[in-house]
Design a protein around this ligand. Structure first.
Ligand SMILES: Cc1cc2nc3c(=O)[nH]c(=O)nc-3n(C[C@H](O)[C@H](O)[C@H](O)COP(=O)(O)OP(=O)(O)OC[C@H]3O[C@@H](n4cnc5c(N)ncnc54)[C@H](O)[C@@H]3O)c2cc1C
Length: 405
């Protein structure tokens, strides 16, 4: 039996998984290439005293999927690019690439100068602006809030391209293929930021853990209700099996966690603060201009000097475009003080714990995609935050030191 401390320090290894043991068994050729090596995992400090902020935002969910059509408003053309639910960062490059190509085609048709407006400065607005610049356009962003004050800044920052992206029963027949194209373009584009200064995008180890007995259900959270049972959130992840790394089961003894089963994988992660800053910097360095402006009606967009615009107003489109097909899905994140020594994520008891340079991000996922459905209130809930942290705290018991004589 290995001591928990030796496991914590990564002194153990698994025969057959490529661990550095010195037993004769470990010197046998491996049957399969290793996908996992046990290693030291610094514990996450989960005391509520380490909470530095609690943020809440509403995901813009549309049962039919993101709105991507073209609309004529006065003498202007608007290409919509909003309503990406819980997958806005993940799908951003692909969805914005699609919108930018449409915008360029329209600008070309009218023979006008390729100066295009982007309404919104969140994940979709920034990537639309950059995709347009890469296609040769001059771009002006108009937005009420800019980075780092948009809703996009309150995202967990993981690769979740089909999270609350649509209702599988309500999409057009060609939507799954379209989604796949957007997801593939995005996955490739995000990876162009790997290994660049500030690590805006990284691949992180993640541990998916389960106890023998299902996690006790959390106390009801004030203000949290589940949505109607007739929603069937689309799940298209299998379409990307050839490009997205998959998790594998690992022996729990190779982890420091007191659980019954464990899986290990690697996942694409967006260090949102750095990523948004990078996108904004790139945009400005390439001659982009940004103007603070709030629009109250579509005709105000038609009055802009640019006659082609991409509408990336996210949840704001509900009011601006009177789009009653947008349903808010509330999500709260609890931020613990950053721990640079923690470079992994944990999923356990319906809680996602993701370490980023700007903090340890903790999100309740118990109850699945319905959690927060239909709730617009963006008021932080401290009781919910503490209850969520308490569910993962047992993974990181205090290390007892021998008492000195
Ligand atoms: C808790 C939580 C966790 C999430 N985690 C992830 C994740 O891990 N991975 C992922 O891919 N997605 C995640 N998401 C989803 C993601 O955050 C959204 O899909 C994404 O932020 C939407 O981006 P957006 O650019 O469309 O909208 P926003 O970020 O809301 O940007 C909209 C922009 O439009 C502007 N605007 C709006 N209305 C007007 C107006 N009337 N006039 C002028 N400007 C206006 C705003 O000021 C802003 O600049 C998460 C969401 C939540 C709530």
């Amino acid at each position: 039996m290995k001591s928990r401390r030796s496991v914590l320090l990564g002194l153990t290894s698994v025969a057959g998984l490529g661990g550095c043991t010195t037993t004769s068994e470990s010197r046998r050729p491996l049957a399969t290439a290793p996908a996992f090596l046990p290693r030291r995992l610094a514990p996450i400090l989960t005391a509520p005293e380490r909470i530095v902020r609690i943020t809440v935002c509403t995901r813009p969910f549309r049962a039919a999927g993101p709105r991507l059509d073209i609309e004529r408003v006065g003498d202007a053309t608007v290409i919509h690019n909003y309503g990406h639910g819980g997958s806005g960062w993940s799908l951003s490059w692909g969805s914005s690439g699609l919108a930018a190509r449409k915008a360029m085609a329209v600008a070309g048709e009218t023979g006008g100068p390729p100066t295009i407006a982007v309404i919104g400065c969140g994940a979709l607005g920034l990537t639309s602006a950059l995709q347009l610049q890469r296609l040769g356009a001059r771009v002006v962003i108009y937005a009420k809030e800019r980075t780092p004050f948009t809703r996009s800044m309150r995202a967990t920052g993981t690769w979740t391209p089909d999270s609350r992206v649509a209702d599988a029963d309500k999409v057009d027949a060609d939507f799954p293929d379209l989604w796949e194209r957007m997801a593939r373009e995005s996955f490739a584009a995000h990876q162009t930021y790997l290994g660049t200064e500030g690590d805006p995008v990284v691949f992180h180890d993640r541990y998916i853990l389960a106890s023998a007995t299902p996690a006790s259900s959390a106390p009801p959270k004030p203000g949290i209700k589940t949505g109607p049972p007739d929603i069937h959130f689309a799940s298209y992840g299998d379409r990307l099996r050839d490009i997205v790394p998959r998790s594998i089961p690992i022996p729990v003894e190779t982890t420091p966690f007191p659980v019954a089963s464990a899986r290990f994988g690697t996942g694409l992660q967006f260090n949102v603060t750095e990523l948004a800053h990078r996108l904004m910097t790139e945009f400005l360095m390439q001659g982009g201009r940004i103007e603070t402006r709030e629009f109250h009606a579509p005709m105000e967009i038609a009055a802009l000097p640019e006659k082609v615009a991409i509408n990336c107003t996210g949840y704001g489109a509900k009011a601006l475009w009177n789009d009653q097909t947008i349903t808010p899905v509330r999500g709260q994140i609890t931020w613990l003080a950053p721990q640079p020594e923690v470079d992994y994520a944990v999923f356990y008891a319906g809680v996602a714990v993701v370490s980023r340079p700007d903090g340890i991000v903790i999100q309740n996922t118990q109850g699945g995609d319905m959690v927060g459905y239909g709730i617009e209130d963006e008021t932080p809930d401290r009781a919910e935050a503490e209850a969520t942290i308490a569910r993962v705290a047992p993974l990181f018991p205090p290390i007892r030191r021998p008492s000195t004589p």
